[in-house]
Design a protein around this ligand. Structure first.
Ligand code: SDX
Length: 428
């Protein structure tokens, strides 16, 4: 196959190089297009546009394949620890036992936040959404560690910032939960592992023993792994483009949290549960909701359904659906929302509208069922998504910096008013 693409514009033919990745995906490299032809491309929403070359995550939407640094998500979810996967994403290889000890040991050491940061929570309104507080607090970390703002930071500085971020995101998340309820804060317990410590800070109460349930810690470990990275999605692209201006890592991650919050993206896990609860409240007429979702004049969307890339099935949804039954059974939880979700999926997947458009359950469709079963409040679901996605965002930011990628600055096609002169008030 020729390694160039030819385009002919107004009688002139131009050749553009083709680039093929390690999984045989092929792209037209248009980096010289404007210089060669004076033309740009237009692709609103970047549905057909690659923003970078990346070695971190490979996914195939047609075959439902998802691999982190070449390792299938199914194996990592089954066998690995979340911090082990974080190391893999960030450093490119599975850690040795010694590397794992050093990585998790350093993260454990950085779980505390500056005592002055607790005062911020006293200023947030009691019903502050935890994604709003998380984004604010992550960005404010850059003010407590001003050396992180140095654009010429060393490898060592970046490593320290990475460990601080992974360590403190769970502390900040638990603090927003406790402060929202007006409950006393629980300080990290360094004898616990990452997931156990998060659950401890979330649910322990002073003067009572907190008993960790292995079913819950295993389920949360798996969910965090399944959310850890997903190539150039909306929030990851946000982290990359903010970082491309040489903004510090804390601010780049805070921007990613804000992008993830949207209900079309990570905010969908909260929207799914709210949708299922509404369906139950209003009598559970599934066909009514399916018809609303298909009606172009109705803004209602089937939350947790559809995906920009997966047009067959989201492999993460398959794994999470399976663990729903397992976790709820082990915890003795009977959640009508799970039955409703399964019924909705069954009806939708027999409906041509969904099948023709490749609309299947995505990662957010079942995850909220498990979060709820392990006691996570609905408004914290997307915070859990952010905790899981943090290592992926970090890995992608590091790759962008290591590859010395230019500042992201897309072009546009201008469709506004042409040149015109100013008109005084009395002549308007
Ligand atoms: C995540 O990109 C990632 O990797 C994201 C993510 C990650 O790990 O980072 O996987 C996490 O964000 C998962 C997606 C969570 N969002 C939702 O569940 C919200 C509901 N789904 C959608 O709104 C929608 O499916 C998107 C946003 C996920 C994808 O939208 P696209 O790719 O822009 O597709 P589209 O809106 O152009 O839809 C194509 C067609 C349209 O119909 P037609 O115009 O062709 O007639 O499908 C329809 C849409 O109306 N459609 C839906 C639908 N999703 C798409 N119709 C009803 N219900 C839906 N959920």
């Amino acid at each position: 196959m020729s390694d160039t693409a030819k385009i002919t514009v107004k009688g002139e033919t131009y050749e553009l190089p083709l680039i093929t990745g390690t999984e045989n995906e092929t792209a037209i490299d248009i980096s010289a297009l404007r210089a060669k032809t004076g033309l740009i491309t237009l692709d609103t929403g970047f549905k057909n546009t690659g923003s970078t070359k990346s070695a971190i995550t490979f996914l195939n939407g047609e075959k439902g394949i998802l691999r982190y640094r070449g390792y299938p998500i199914e194996q990592l979810a089954q066998k690995a620890d979340f911090l082990e996967v974080a190391y893999l994403l960030i450093h490119g290889e599975l850690p040795s036992a010694e590397q794992m000890d050093n990585f998790s040991g350093s993260i454990t050491k950085h779980t505390l936040i500056h005592e002055d940061m607790k005062r911020f929570y006293e200023a947030f309104p009691p019903n502050a959404h935890p994604m709003g507080t998380l984004s604010s607090m992550l960005s404010s970390l850059s003010t407590f560690y001003p050396e992180s703002q140095n654009p010429d930071r060393t490898e060592k500085d970046v490593e320290l910032t990475i460990h601080r971020l992974i360590a403190k995101i769970t502390t900040l998340a638990a603090l927003s939960f406790k402060s929202g309820k007006g409950h006393p804060y629980i300080y990290p317990d360094n004898s616990l592992n990452y997931v156990e410590n998060f659950l401890y800070m979330m649910f322990a109460v002073p003067s009572e023993d907190y008993e960790l349930d292995p079913v819950v810690t295993d389920a949360l470990n798996k969910l965090l792994i399944l959310h850890a990275d997903h190539e150039q999605n909306c929030s990851t692209s946000t982290v990359r483009i903010v970082g491309s201006s040489k903004a510090n890592l804390y601010s780049s991650i805070a921007a990613g949290v804000s992008a993830l919050w949207g209900p079309l993206h990570g905010g969908a896990n909260q929207a799914v549960i709210e949708m299922l609860e509404r369906m139950i409240r209003e009598g559970g007429d599934m066909q009514k909701w399916i018809d609303k979702a298909k009606d172009k004049n109705d803004p209602f969307r089937l939350m947790g359904f559809g995906h920009r890339v997966y047009k067959n099935f989201d492999p993460r949804a398959t794994i999470i659906k399976k663990s729903c039954d397992d976790v709820l059974e082990k915890l003795g939880v009977d959640d009508p929302a799970l039955d409703m979700a399964k019924e909705l999926e069954a009806i939708a997947l027999k409906d041509d509208y969904f099948v023709e458009r490749g609309l299947y359950p995505n990662v957010d469709f079942y995850s909220g069922i498990i979060y709820r079963a392990i006691g996570i409040p609905t408004e914290m679901f997307t915070v859990l998504f952010a905790i899981g996605r943090l290592p992926g965002w970090i890995a992608q930011w590091k790759e962008m910096v290591a590859n010395k990628e230019p500042i992201g600055r897309p072009r546009q096609v201008y469709v506004g008013a042409q040149a015109r002169d100013y008109v005084d008030f009395d002549k308007r």
